[in-house]
Structure formats: structure tokens, C-alpha cells
Design a binder for this molecule. Structure first.
Ligand code: SF4
Ligand code: SF4
Length: 591
């Protein structure tokens, strides 16, 4: 048995290889992305891997594979599970033949998400088991059990790590990669896989009948366990159980919930032996609600009486604060507020030096002005907020639909929405079809950097390679947009400021739906591929210190002694040279 120091997501990926995975699909989303990224880089097991265009597509692909009897995995972040919720609900009815794991990584504190949501609630809603690892080793160890459990009960299993599990590093005891192979064979069984009402009513009953045995099995597997030590007890789950372990006194009992559904009889056995219970969990009060149902005469503290916060992440200090509110002593000392050291420079998230998105936002704002309405989408271009060119962001693909809603509601100001190439392929296309078909008046700007940048540069059908690096025909966004019913489709280079301004002006004067594809590879990706451009410099004799280039916001431009200056971050896009009214910015010439 090897021990390796690794990231939680790498440990999860390794466990999938040990469990004999045959099929993996996913849509990138922090904190889940490294699972498929690790699987596609490993060389020990050869199996099918894809980055899909969205989570619903990824889910249905993996489900189809599981119906053929192979072991399959689909990965996404919590908000992606909303996109895949439609097949999720019915897959609980149809069940699976080969083990099928739905990895939905939750992000308490919304470190890089539009909301904090709890995938355990979806598992409860769908009536499928949910495994909730508390650390890196447990995340690894649970995966083998997850595949077996899925096959034992013919059910999808939801695997729910949180950010601190996915992105923590620790020593992990690994097993051996599996060398057995399964070949997918689909056996027709319409009563199982065709969900017409006559079949579905029977399938629903069967699903409900599995629940009691499932809850008992999770206790037998040791995922839900407790130790009784006194009259006060803590019930905890996920990463919160690690924080509880750090501070809990020796005479306080602890129950750890690692899997759902919780066997209520087993839980009542723990609760009834205590006078006071505190439930410590992140996100929704999933465990607490079950505890309150079975508690009879035991005082229960948790989120519902304000002892544990509903929002954000827990840590040892906030867990200690919850103990204090519940009147339970704890070990250790924790300052209430851990602020960063004084004097550190603020580092807000910002578009990279030379990012084509900044140039596009700048030109857009120049033409459409403050009266323009700017719906945007999920991706690094949400940072266009700093340039005053993002008015709304709600979820993947919603820029076009929100924009057409505003336009069709009668607002006569110009509507200009922005969406990335990957997001457009994810769920933007349907919005464009709808906007064109229903006669919206708006400009759709596709910020095409030819990669899914924000989650770590995963390829998409616009990139021209598959997840495994094999060449694949890159989709034509131009042809696709015309097919959606748009006749004004123009492609611009965001480093060509003059043409950009001219194209935006023409779009402003044209009625109906206009699509402008602003194409320039992501600067980080371009640098990795060895693309080099000349740096630019400021001629301080010519510079008047007007500050126009500084307001543009490129992190390579600074203001020193009343004049602009360009630092080593410059990636040579040249846009600042176009916007300087004095012509003071020029490319460096090496002599
Ligand atoms: S050329 Fe100008 S705008 Fe482009 S990266 Fe360099 S400093 Fe920034
Ligand atoms: S825009 Fe040109 S003149 Fe104005 S501060 Fe920048 S370099 Fe100097």
C-alpha cells in the first residue's frame, strides 16, 4: 500500500482508478475540476473520459454508460447539479446496472460560486444515497464503497465533497489500480428504462422500498457511527466533524454522519441517551432536521436556534463559538476574528494583463455608454464588473435570456450581453435561439478565448481538442449563431481597437439580435503555448499623465511620479497604445 501526499480531488480520482472506473464525464467547476483533470492525465488505466458541454449532458452520458453495466462517474460543482437535476430525479427510478457516482462538490462560503447550496438536499429529494467525506483519506476510502453500494442497491450514489476536502492536501494511503475490465452491453428492459407512467409508478414504489435497507446498510458500512461518553452529545458531518474533533472535551459524546439517508432508529438510540445535543454541519440543516424529528425530551441546538450559522464555512473558531452558544465547554482557544496582517496590498480579482475581454468591455462601454444595459454570465469575464460593463450575473447561460427579457419587456436602452465561448456552448445557445425567434433587440458579445479558462483551462468543443488531447473539429461559432437565426454575425479581434469600435457602432445602429464574436486566445494559455509578443513602454517625454491608460485597468500599467509606466506583466496586446490620446505608448524595440 503506497502513501502519497496529494490533493483531495487527486485522491478521489485515484480511488476511482482503484475501483475500476470505465467511464468519466463532467463539466468543469471549482472545486470539482481536478477529478477529471487527474483522470485524464493518469496513465495506469485506459478508459473513456470526456469534458461535456454541460452537466446535464455529462450526467446523461454517464448514466447511459452505467446502464450498460460499466462503472461510471460524472463530476460537477453544486450549481451544476441544478442543470443536471432533471435526469437526476428520474435516474433514481430507473436505477443503474454498473456503479454510477455523481460527484457534486459543494462550496461553503461561495469561494468561487454564485451561491452556497447543499447537494445533500438533492440526494434526499431524489431518494438516493449520499456519501459526505470529512477529509482527504475518507474521500479516497469512500469511493470504492460508493461504487459497491451503487451496484448493491442499483441506485446512483451522490458523492459530496466540499471545498476544504477537494482542495486540502494530506498523506493518503492508496490501494492498487484495478486491472479488470468491463465491456458495456446494453440489455433492453423497457420496464426499467422507459419511464412512461405505467412503469414509473412501479419504479417509484420500488425506490421507496429500498430506503430502510439502505439506511441500515450505511450504518453497517461504518459511515455513520458514534461513541457515547456523557450526557452531552455532538452530531456532526463532513469537514465540520474535523473541527469538532479538534475542540471536543473528553466527556462529550460524538456522532459522525458520513452518509445519508440516516437510519432514524439508530440516530434515536444516540439522541435519547443525552440531555443536550448540538448539531454541527455546514450549509443546510440536513442532519439537524432528522435529529429534531427523533428527539424526544432531549434539547437540540444547531442552526435553527442560532447556535450554528446558516451561511459560510465553519472552522475550529466558529465551531468553538457554536459550542459556547449551546453552553458546551470546548478545548483550545480561538480568536473571534482572524484578520490579515496590516499593510498588505489589496489583491482583488482582476482580468489578466493583455486579456482580450478587457479590451472588448472597454470598446463596448465606449460605444454603448452608461445607458447600455449589460447582462453578463459565469466565467472570468464577470470581472468586467470593474469596468462598469456587467449589470447582471445569475447562472450559466443566463446573460442572453436575461438580456432578451429586458429587451422584450420594453426597455429602449441598448442591451449588450457578454458570454464566454464555453458558457455559450453550455446553455447559451438555447437563449440565442429564443432571442432571435422572438424578435429581441440586443447585442450578444461572445468572448471567445477558445478555452474554459476560469476553472483551469479545460478544452471545450470550441478548442479543437478532446479531454484526452486528441484533435477534434472545432465548432464554428459563426455558423452556429447563423443557424440559430441571427443574420448579423461579426468576428472581431479585441486587440484591434479601431475595428472593434466600428463594429459595435454598426451593431448599435442595427435592429434585432446581433452577435459579435470577440476572439483572442486566453493570454495564460497563449503563453503556455509559447506565443510571445513584444512588451510595450511609455515614452515619458510624450506622456502628459492624463491617466486614460490607467483607467483602462491593465495590471501592467502603473502611475509613477505623475506619469504612466508599464511593468513586466505586459503581455503585448497593444490596446493601451491605441487608447493613449498622445501616442505615448509604443512597442519596445530591442537593439
Ligand atoms: S500592451 Fe498595454 S494593455 Fe496590453 S498588456 Fe501591455 S500594458 Fe497591458
Ligand atoms: S494615456 Fe498616454 S498620455 Fe495618458 S497617462 Fe497613459 S501613457 Fe500617458
Amino acid at each position: 500500500m503506497a502513501v502519497r501526499y496529494m490533493l483531495g480531488n487527486e485522491a478521489i480520482a485515484h480511488a476511482c482508478v482503484e475501483a475500476g472506473i470505465d467511464f468519466a464525464s463532467g463539466y468543469p467547476g471549482t472545486p470539482s475540476s481536478e477529478v477529471v483533470d487527474t483522470l485524464r492525465r493518469q496513465k495506469v488505466r485506459d478508459f473513456y473520459i470526456e469534458w461535456s458541454v454541460n452537466e446535464k449532458v455529462a450526467f446523461e452520458n454517464a448514466l447511459g454508460a452505467a446502464w450498460t453495466g460499466v462503472r461510471s462517474l460524472v463530476t460537477m460543482k453544486h450549481v451544476g447539479l441544478n442543470v443536471a437535476a432533471d435526469p437526476l430525479m428520474t435516474s433514481a427510478y430507473t436505477g443503474v446496472k454498473g456503479g454510477f457516482i455523481i460527484l457534486s462538490a459543494d462550496d461553503p462560503y461561495a469561494h468561487s460560486s454564485q451561491n452556497e447550496q447543499d447537494s445533500r438536499v438533492y440526494a434526499h429529494f431524489a431518494r438516493i444515497p449520499c456519501l459526505d467525506p470529512a477529509g482527504v483519506q475518507e474521500a479516497h476510502d469512500m469511493m470504492a464503497a460508493a461504487f459497491s453500494l451503487s451496484e448493491e442497491f442499483s441506485l446512483p450514489v451522490l458523492f459530496r465533497p466540499t471545498t476544504r476536502v477537494c482542495h486540502s492536501k494530506s498523506d493518503v494511503e492508496l490501494g492498487e489500480p484495478a486491472d479488470d475490465r468491463r465491456k458495456g452491453i446494453f440489455e433492453k428492459d423497457p420496464k426499467q428504462y422507459v419511464v412512461i407512467p405505467a412503469h414509473t409508478r412501479i419504479l417509484h414504489k420500488k425506490l421507496n422500498e429500498k430506503q430502510a435497507a439502505l439506511a441500515k446498510r450505511l450504518v453497517e458500512l461504518g459511515f455513520n457511527r458514534y461513541e457515547i461518553k456523557g450526557k452531552t452529545g455532538i452530531i456532526t458531518s463532513g469537514i465540520a466533524s474535523e473541527y469538532v474533533n479538534e475542540i471536543v472535551p473528553g466527556d462529550v459524546s460524538v456522532a459522525k454522519i458520513g452518509a445519508y439517508p440516516i437510519d432514524e432508529e439508530w440516530l434515536a438510540g444516540f439522541v435519547s441517551k443525552h440531555e443536550t445535543i448540538l448539531v454541527v454541519e455546514e450549509c443546510a440543516p440536513v442532519v439537524e432536521e432528522v435529529v429534531r424529528q427523533v428527539a424526544c425530551g432531549t434539547v437540540v441546538h444547531g442552526k435553527k436556534d442560532g447556535c450554528v450559522p446558516y451561511e459560510g464555512e465553519l472552522d475550529p473558531a466558529s465551531t468553538a463559538a457554536a459550542f459556547e452558544k449551546a453552553g458546551i465547554p470546548y478545548n483550545g482557544e480561538f480568536p473571534e476574528d482572524i484578520s490579515p496582517a496590516e499593510g498588505l496590498p489589496p489583491r482583488p480579482p482582476i482580468l489578466c494583463a493583455g486579456c482580450g475581454h478587457r479590451a472588448t468591455f472597454y470598446a463596448m462601454k465606449k460605444v454603448f455608454g452608461n445607458k447600455g444595459i449589460y447582462p453578463s454570465d459565469i466565467g472570468c469575464y464577470t470581472l468586467g464588473l470593474q469596468l462598469g460593463a456587467v449589470d447582471t450575473t445569475i447562472c450559466m447561460g443566463a446573460s442572453i435570456t436575461i438580456g432578451s427579457g429586458i429587451s422584450n419587456a420594453g426597455d429602449e436602452n441598448p442591451v449588450v450581453c457578454t458570454i464566454g465561448d464555453s458558457t455559450f456552448l453550455h446553455t447559451g445557445i438555447q437563449g440565442l435561439i429564443n432571442a432571435a425567434y422572438n424578435g429581441a433587440n440586443m447585442t450578444v458579445v461572445i468572448l471567445d478565448n477558445r478555452i474554459t479558462a476560469m476553472t483551469g483551462h479545460q478544452p471545450n468543443p470550441n478548442t479543437g481538442v478532446t479531454a484526452m488531447g486528441d484533435p477534434s473539429p472545432a465548432i464554428s461559432l459563426e455558423a452556429l449563431c447563423r443557424t440559430c437565426g441571427v443574420s448579423f454575425v461579426e468576428t472581431i479581434d479585441p486587440y484591434d481597437y479601431v475595428t472593434m469600435i466600428e463594429t459595435f457602432k454598426r451593431a448599435k445602429e442595427t435592429a434585432g439580435v446581433k452577435v459579435i464574436i470577440s476572439r483572442q486566445p486566453c493570454v495564460i494559455d497563449a503563453r503556455r503555448r509559447g506565443i510571445k509578443r513584444k512588451h510595450y513602454f511609455v515614452d515619458t517625454e510624450t506622456c502628459t499623465g492624463c491617466g486614460v491608460c490607467v483607467k483602462y485597468g491593465c495590471p501592467a500599467i502603473e502611475f509613477i511620479d505623475g506619469k504612466a509606466s508599464i511593468n513586466s506583466l505586459c503581455s503585448g496586446c497593444g490596446v493601451c497604445a491605441d487608447i493613449c490620446p498622445q501616442g505615448a505608448i509604443r512597442p519596445e524595440v530591442k537593439r
